[in-house]
Design a protein around this ligand. Structure first.
Ligand code: GLU
Length: 468
């Protein structure tokens, strides 16, 4: 392991759009493992791909991290001893290491023009060969290189031309790659910017990262990174490639799916606690088989080597269920705070919060809510889902007469329940139908409590009357 014993982990998101749920997945594991070992968790912004750079995306990454409270120890905003933590501010560092790698014989300058590379790729594709660089410039002698010195060039990694590259993944064990299929990848581009492969190795080394926990999509790049470490003669961190999250149809949870973006979860009213709990169950299981646990508990137990390398299914229905479980855990004051925050930009709903019944409404909704966004509809929507049929109207009228017989002073939960049970038996209707007749809805708040505590006798009778 590199350097001291202090565990240092990181996430290295690229500011290329709205932050992905996968970023939180990585953040959770890296945060938890650092915490468990009294180590440090870093956020490094990998912004060297200027074509994919999106203004404002970095801010959104930190907003997401703050939302779930996975706070980092070192980052562009917090600073730290091994910064800068934004790659675009580290170009002079990469320059130094570029020279070093050339001298150590781990890389070579490539002067091939874009036209040549395009033509090469087309002819390889036409003859169904792998489209990888043909290593033309790897064969240049010193004289030829000197002749090209003033030409634009890229720096390419020298990958062994044959044999197997065996790399160690702490989840999968040894993984073998056929070297002849690995390209001499570009490490420094003509504009002087490093590519991901070069910058990630230099930075993980200089930032003293001891454990790299990152997505499986980086496994194919991993042998290139190992080569760079070896050329430099640096000790490697431990590597863990976490399984890719999958949709229920087994496809990869990608940015194209609406529910890959963290914004979507916030807008739908998922709770950060539930999201972290759910993500912790993706590829990992609690030793006692628990499904619900706090981050603090996870942090004590988690070891990335226990992750299973099989793509876990990100089942939204299960997340909704778990979110409901977390909603029910909250004391009323906390739930109210979350709801007020959730609806802070919805003036109409905020107005409703002034109702004298608001605490009761929240209390009654708590058992029925899966997401915070369910609250508005549950608590404030009095519109009937549909008109009653003629047959239903007849029963509604009978129900109205029956309920009218309950005196105002007798309008209590027990009494109403008895009356409704009788009505159900004599009229041979279900409780579900009665629910619909009284509320105009198929489902919603608990019926009897609403009839007594929220609406009251007169309101209930008035509503019922208006339906037939
Ligand atoms: N910048 C890479 C990303 O956007 C980081 C990959 C890594 O963790 O090495 O995911």
């Amino acid at each position: 392991m590199a350097g001291s014993n202090l565990v240092r982990t990181r996430i290295a998101p690229s500011p290329t759009g709205s932050p992905h749920i996968g970023t939180l997945y990585q953040a959770l594991f890296n945060f938890a493992f650092a915490k468990k070992n009294d180590g440090k968790f870093l956020v490094r912004i990998e912004d060297t791909d200027r074509e994919r750079f999106v203004e404002g995306a970095e801010g959104k990454i930190f907003e997401a991290i703050d939302w779930v409270s996975l706070s980092e120890n070192e980052s562009p905003r917090k600073g730290g001893d091994w910064g800068p933590y934004r790659q675009s501010e580290r170009l002079s560092i990469y320059r130094e290491y570029e020279k070093d790698l050339l001298e150590k014989g781990g890389a070579y300058k490539c002067f091939c023009t874009k036209e040549r590379l395009d033509a090469l790729r087309s002819s390889q594709a036409a003859s169904k060969q792998p489209t990888i660089y043909d290593e033309l410039c790897r064969k240049l002698n010193e004289e030829e290189i000197a002749k090209n010195e003033s030409e634009p060039y890229v720096l390419r990694l020298k990958v062994p031309q044959e044999g197997n590259l065996v790399v160690r993944d702490e989840i999968r064990g040894d993984v073998e790659f056929d070297a002849s299929l690995i390209e001499d990848s570009v490490l420094i581009k003509t504009d002087g910017f490093p590519t991901y492969h070069f910058a990630v190795v230099v930075d993980d080394h200089l930032m003293k990262i001891t454990h790299v926990i990152r997505g499986e999509e980086w496994l194919p790049s991993y042998p290139k990174h190992v080569l760079i470490y070896d050329y430099f003669g640096w000790e490697k961190p431990y590597f863990y490639h976490t399984p890719n999250l999958r949709n229920t149809d087994k496809s990869k949870l990608s940015k194209r799916h609406g529910h890959a973006s963290i914004d979507w979860y916030r807008q739908e009213g998922f709770l950060p606690e539930a999201i972290l709990n759910f993500l912790a169950l993706m590829g990992w299981s609690h030793p006692e088989g628990k499904e619900e646990f706090y981050l603090s508990e996870f942090t004590k137990l988690f070891d990335p080597k226990d992750l299973k390398p099989v793509g876990p299914v990100f089942d939204l229905t299960k997340l909704e269920w778990l979110n409901g479980v977390w909603i029910r855990k909250f004391p009323l004051t906390e739930l109210k705070k979350r709801l007020l925050d959730f609806y802070k930009n919805d003036k109409e709903t905020l107005e409703m919060f002034k109702s004298s019944h608001i605490d009761l409404l929240i209390g009654l909704s708590q058992s029925r809510m899966k997401k915070l966004s369910d609250f508005k509809n549950l608590a404030f929507n009095n519109a009937s889902a549909r008109d009653l049929t003629t047959a239903e109207m007849k029963i509604a009228e009978k129900l109205f007469n029956t309920l009218s017989n309950i005196e105002h002073s007798d309008w209590r939960e027990e009494r109403i329940l008895n009356v409704l049970k009788n009505f159900k038996n004599t009229e041979n209707v279900s409780m579900k139908e009665i629910y619909f007749l009284i509320t105009g809805r198929e489902q919603g708040l608990p019926l009897i409590e609403t009839m007594v505590k929220i609406d009251g006798r007169e309101q209930i009778l008035e509503n019922l009357k208006s339906r037939f």
